[in-house]
Design a protein around this ligand. Structure first.
Ligand SMILES: C[S@@+](CC[C@H](N)C(=O)[O-])C[C@H]1O[C@@H](n2cnc3c(N)ncnc32)[C@H](O)[C@@H]1O
Length: 218
């Protein structure tokens, strides 16, 4: 169980924290939690501000393959895969790998990249519709904190259950009170926030033995 900076090559996102304040914040939260068109492809203050493929996941895919020593025929699952961009780039970098995704958003799955049609499943992180140890490596990037706390623990157990060789979760966290406040304010859909020590305690409670890293807003 190691902290691994798997997403270190991604460009740093721009976040205008104040754009999510104001009288309509409850409305923005409701929009985000639907994970529909307005979350993915609407304005930035209610979600991603246009979730489009730009090749940024290629370097993450290369790091993933190197770190987990993935070779021909191995299977990877990306839980909370959105439109499947990482799945696309894993196959692009290593066409002999078997990469799949799962997401709760029907909008994301039905607007996925054409190259991953048939590889993405509709479902929830806390009820993975797969047999035990059916993937070599399972990833969940900035998704498990969206579930209520008890279901986050179940999701960690599910990730542990379906992974045979390794797993990796990326979650929002903070070191300082200012980072905690930004994290709580910016994350429209996250249901709970924890310090690194808090997350490690949750991993322990769930029996999660995989790797992890923190998304820190600064
Ligand atoms: C912050 S986005 C992250 C997307 C992608 N992993 C990334 O890092 O760009 C959160 C994703 O989790 C999905 N999601 C939300 N709740 C989920 C659940 N219970 N099970 C699976 N996916 C979920 C959303 O639809 C969305 O695609």
């Amino acid at each position: 169980m190691n902290q691994i900076p798997l997403l270190k090559s991604l460009p740093k996102p721009t976040r205008d924290i104040k754009s999510r304040s104001g009288a309509n914040r409850a409305e923005l939260v409701a929009i985000a939690k639907e994970f529909g068109e307005l979350y993915f492809d609407g304005p930035r203050n209610s979600g991603c501000g246009g979730y489009r493929y730009d090749g940024r996941w290629v370097s993450v895919a290369k790091d993933l393959i190197r770190i987990y020593n993935l070779s021909a025929g191995m299977r990877v699952l990306d839980v909370g895969c959105a439109k499947g961009f990482l799945v696309k780039d894993i196959i692009k970098v290593a066409p002999d790998l078997e990469a799949f995704g799962l997401d709760v958003s029907e909008y994301a799955i039905t607007h996925c990249d054409p190259s991953v049609v048939g590889r993405l499943h509709l479902g929830s992180a806390d009820k993975l519709p797969f047999p035990d140890k059916s993937f070599d490596v399972v990833l969940a990037l900035n998704v498990i904190q969206i579930l209520p706390l008890e279901r986050t623990i179940v999701a960690l157990k599910e990730i542990e259950r379906v992974s045979a060789r390794g797993s990796f979760v990326q979650v929002t966290s903070y070191h300082t009170e200012a980072q905690k406040s930004d994290c709580e304010f910016w994350s429209l859909s996250a249901q709970h926030h924890h310090s690194p020590a808090g997350w490690l305690a949750l991993f322990h409670e769930a029996g999660y033995t995989g790797d992890y890293d923190w998304t820190i807003f600064d």
